[in-house]
Design a protein around this ligand. Structure first.
Ligand code: FAD
Length: 430
């Protein structure tokens, strides 16, 4: 029986030991014991990666006891937290202090360290992924040494360590740049996919946070435009919130996916139901708009491409789905962010668009994902580190201008591969 498995259930493992340290000194002791006994160590977060990036094969560290707020510096807009904190708990703490993360992905089940380590992002052209919000971090290296890393101290480790793939050591604490709490007005509505693609540049410039889902087998996209507002929260009422967020997005959608898995030939007809949900508009505190509950399980692949390539790339994907006759019940998600300077951020050095494809858990996904991957690779696509892909070190090294810099930092910090696993061997070469 595996002791550990990820959220999607496609990664499983039986580590020899599970350690649950409750202080940094206990983390150091675990790492030193591992090194002395020549065993490998892997920290797992919430297991929300679809790839094997978090798979522990010898010693597994669960940091769920390192989940406290350490310091709030309002004047400088900095919040220091222990690395194992789950994003939903962090949001609740920030809300209580009238503070907020500037941006989030679409769920908050992940740990903070787990999310930043794979370059987790949301949408919004004026915002970056979560890792670029890091001001400093504390890292336990393979020698059991503690490094404080920022733009002033251990600069090279900081530069690379914000998106570390778990390969540089154990992050125990993170200081984040936060902003005063803000509300968002959300407008959700179906639009013709051709209209969205023809007007994509304008839609992402005009809205603070814009994303859309193309519904395969239809000419429709479900769009979400979220804008910062001074208007008060106008919670649409518990029933309507439950109906939209839980009933439609989870229970009813889950039933459609089940029917589609049993009778794939019905998927194109079932798909036409999705754009009929109509228009929704409401105001809420930002983190409640950014993220939703996800009860329907799926497999996912996501690639980041240069922003300007979005329309031609997505049009190729749409044509391929029709030509190849794939039956796809999950909408294809499209988001965008500003670029940043983190070597292994999927948006390093370029404003980025992201195309994410999903398949309902238990359905065959490999052929569909490989066909999408072949298209996105032509656009110099970079795969999300935590989402299914087939690339290895030789592919990855050509996609990241600072690949070698990361490798050098890793060689210094972990020459023996204490923190490696099969996935890291594949994408980093050892
Ligand atoms: C339903 C769902 C929705 C998602 N939505 C989004 C989204 O909107 N945007 C997006 O970009 N991604 C999204 N993801 C992907 C997800 O954000 C990433 O895979 C993220 O890394 C998961 O965080 P985790 O805490 O589960 O970490 P894990 O998957 O458990 O671990 C990820 C990596 O972090 C490392 N790690 C964890 N803690 C530490 C630590 N303290 N020190 C060093 N390394 C550490 C692990 O070793 C591993 O390498 C989604 C995934 C799911 C399942």
């Amino acid at each position: 029986m595996p002791i550990w498995k990820n959220w999607a259930g496609n990664q499983k493992s039986s580590p020899s030991v599970v350690e649950r340290p409750s202080s940094e000194s206990e983390v150091i002791a675990v790492v030193r014991r591992a090194v002395n006994s020549k065993q490998r160590v892997k920290v797992v977060g919430s297991g929300h990666s679809f790839t094997g990036i978090a798979v522990p094969d010898e010693i597994m560290i669960d940091l769920s006891k390192l989940n406290r707020i350490v310091d709030v510096d309002r004047a400088r807009g900095l919040v220091t937290v222990q690395a194992g904190i789950v994003l939903s708990d962090l949001n609740a703490h920030l809300e209580a202090q009238s503070l907020s993360m500037p941006n989030l992905g679409d769920v908050t089940y992940q740990t903070l360290a787990g999310a930043v380590s794979t370059s987790t992002h949301g949408t919004g052209l004026q915002r970056t992924g979560l890792a670029a919000q890091i001001d400093s971090l504390r890292l336990i290296t393979a020698t059991g040494e503690t490094l404080v890393c920022s733009t002033e101290q251990n600069q090279d480790v900081f530069h690379c360590g914000r998106v570390s793939l778990g390969a540089l050591g154990v992050i125990t604490e993170v200081t984040l740049r936060v902003v005063p709490a803000f509300n968002l007005r959300a407008v959700e509505q179906p639009m013709r996919i051709d209209y969205v693609l023809d007007n994509f540049s304008r839609l992402i410039e005009e809205n603070d946070f814009f994303e859309f889902y193309w519904v395969p087998h239809t000419k429709w996209a479900l769009t979400k435009a979220n804008n910062v507002t001074l208007d008060p929260v106008d919670s649409p009422g518990r029933f309507r919130t439950w109906y939209n967020k839980m009933f439609l997005e989870n229970y009813a959608f889950g039933v459609l996916c089940r029917i589609g898995r049993l009778f794939p030939q019905l998927i194109p007809r079932l798909a036409t139901i999705l754009p009929s949900t109509g228009r929704n508009e409401y105001v809420n505190i930002s983190h409640r708009i950014f993220s939703s509950k996800r009860l329907v399980k799926f497999y996912e692949m996501e690639y980041s491409i240069a922003l300007d390539s979005l329309a031609p790339a997505l049009r190729e994907v749409m044509k391929m789905v029709d030509d190849r006759g794939f039956r796809v019940s999950f909408p294809v998600e499209v988001r965008c962010t500003d670029g940043d300077d983190i070597p292994f951020s999927t948006s390093t050095g370029r404003r980025s668009a992201y195309i994410a494809v999903h398949m309902f858990k238990g359905s065959k996904y490999s052929e569909y994902f490989a066909a999408v991957e072949a298209i996105l690779r032509k656009y110099e696509g970079r795969p999300h580190w935590g989402k299914i892909h087939n690339l290895d070190a030789s592919d990855i090294s050509s996609l990241y201008p600072e690949y070698q810099r990361f490798i050098e930092v890793r060689n210094q910090l972990d020459p023996e591969g204490v923190f490696t696993n099969d996935y890291l061997r594949r994408v980093l070469g050892r």
